[in-house]
Ligand binder design. Structure first.
Ligand code: FRU
Length: 504
């Protein structure tokens, strides 16, 4: 891909560029890797999930966005909305950079709905003429007419004792003490990743430092923690975060940066999170980062989560060449059952299945056929080994999913595809299933695959960029029933850059 100058990277979105962006969108739409049931950038680069929330009867999701190309440049928030978490509508620009506090980027943040307002706290990325960065925590808010306003004054400036890396506020309210809080990912002066809690009696002002949130049993998390999220799910708390600089341990933490979670209790008096169980990876595949749960008040016992279907500092060259990069994962419903996190596809995902294209009954050895562009694959009633070759071709196995019943290990392997990505971090991932494999639900959408294992026990996600010749599917496993369905389309790839272009 061509080199981008700093000036090009920091180009702010302007109405006069609509023609240019239309051309880029026309090019993007031609890409063979455009998805049909995932949120993808209208043009340019998509990153973290931001401002995810349920407000005024709709789900709202924003994503980190650089409109002009597949590079990390001046970040904006792009807005999409949905009523079912699967059918997404392009709403256009959400928040753009301002003149001072976020002049070099509207960084990540969350959504907190209250009354007639959806509050959208985020990090403003300011840089001075010497390119020295100062982070500010800022507030935007959306009214019921869909208009987003930005509060002029920051909620808070940089906090002493930490480096320039202080960002990604996740806001919530705590009834017990009547305080609003936001949780930040920060780097301390010893270059360690930490969590910082801020609090106030009202959202717009009065913020003070509550203190560092300590995590019992853990000193720190690599060199930086990004995109923290703290949710009450039933009687327990779920802490999601994206630590940078973890070392691999056994089968876990093999990506350049990982997205992890802890389940436990919050002690607000001592600002301590008390884990019940160890830190685990949210997704056991290759491409998953910056997960965020929706701010919502309808389901106290569950959380709804989306994530960036990609990782910072990875690159996805095939789509990048077409002028875009990034995807959001499907929305997942999270529950904690017997102390274990369960992640299931959102309800609407079950309606994706259309006609069946391949079926292997129990007792049959194998079946093969053509891999649909977008599909749902169900593997049921597993007894014994299972082996799938997805996007396989004459001389390559494609993306393989193999379960070995003897050691209860499920292995995904992307080395058999033509387009190889980010291979420095390995080409296979392995999960040992304590109770063996029972079933899998696989959602494969043109350039992505999400594998839900054992009714939400594990999820493994990967980006894949199959070439035209990689269009086969082969399923083997006498002891399992395997069905492949075509999947429907739930995202409209329409050209919406500004809100006024959005479909009414
Ligand atoms: C995570 C991240 C956030 C930051 C944003 C900038 O991917 O680095 O910490 O707010 O991306 O795009």
């Amino acid at each position: 891909m061509r080199e981008w100058t700093t000036e090009e990277r920091y180009r702010e979105l302007k109405k006069e560029d609509l023609g240019l962006l239309k051309e880029l969108h026309d090019q993007v739409r031609q890409s063979p890797w455009r998805c049909v049931f995932h949120v993808q950038p209208v043009t340019g680069l998509m990153g973290d999930t931001n401002g995810f929330s349920c407000f005024d009867g709709r789900w709202h999701l924003f994503y980190q966005w650089f409109p002009y190309g597949a590079v990390h440049g001046l970040k904006h928030w792009y807005h999409v909305s949905s009523t079912d978490l699967l059918t997404w509508k392009n709403e256009g620009l959400g928040i753009g950079p301002g003149e001072i506090y976020d002049d070099k980027g509207v960084f990540s943040g969350s959504g907190y709905p209250e009354g007639d307002i959806l509050y959208l706290p985020f990090t403003g990325n300011h840089r001075d003429e010497n390119w020295i960065r100062t982070p500010y925590q800022l507030l935007a808010y959306m009214t019921k007419d869909g208009i987003i306003h930005k509060q002029e004054e920051p909620l808070y400036g940089p906090v002493d004792g930490y480096t320039e890396h202080q960002r990604d506020p996740k806001m919530f309210y705590r009834e017990e003490d009547g305080y609003y809080y936001y949780l930040l990912g920060v780097q301390n002066e010893e270059k360690k990743g930490k969590f910082l809690l801020m609090k106030s009696k009202q959202i717009q002002s009065g913020w003070q430092i509550a203190g560092e949130l300590k995590i019992r049993g853990y000193e720190d998390f690599g060199f930086m923690v990004e995109c923290p999220d703290l949710e009450k799910v039933g009687d327990q708390w779920l802490l999601l975060f994206s630590p940078q600089g973890l070392e691999p341990q056994g089968d876990e933490f093999h990506n350049i940066y990982n997205n992890t979670y802890l389940i436990g209790q919050m002690d607000f008096d001592h600002l301590e999170f008390i884990p019940e169980g160890r830190m685990k990876e949210l997704d056991r595949g290759f491409d998953f980062y910056a997960a965020q749960c929706a701010g919502q008040k309808i389901w106290p016992d569950k959380a709804v989560m989306c994530a960036w279907f990609g990782v910072s500092d990875y690159s996805y060259p095939p789509a990048n060449e077409d002028g875009y990069s990034g995807l959001q994962t499907m929305a997942r419903i999270l529950t904690i059952e017997d102390g274990e996190l369960k992640q299931r596809p959102c309800e609407a995902a079950y309606s994706l299945k259309s006609d069946i294209v391949l079926n292997k009954k129990k007792g049959e050895k194998d079946v093969s056929g053509r891999m649909p562009k977008a599909s749902v694959i169900e593997v049921k009633a597993v007894q014994g080994d299972v082996s799938l070759r997805l996007w396989c071709s004459e001389d390559r196995p494609g993306f393989t999913v193999k379960y070995d019943a003897a050691d209860k290990a499920l292995v995904i392997d992307k080395s058999g595809l033509i387009n190889q990505l980010n291979t420095d971090y390995g080409t296979s991932r392995r999960v040992v299933l304590e109770n063996g494999l029972k079933e899998m639900q696989i959602f494969a959408d043109c350039s992505s695959i999400e594998i839900f294992v054992n009714d939400g026990e594990y999820v493994l996600s990967a980006r894949v960029f199959p070439e035209n010749t990689e269009n086969g599917i082969y399923c083997e496993g006498e002891g399992a029933e395997i069905s492949v369905y075509n999947a429907g389309t739930t995202v409209k790839d329409d050209f919406v850059i500004f809100p006024e272009q959005a479909e009414k």
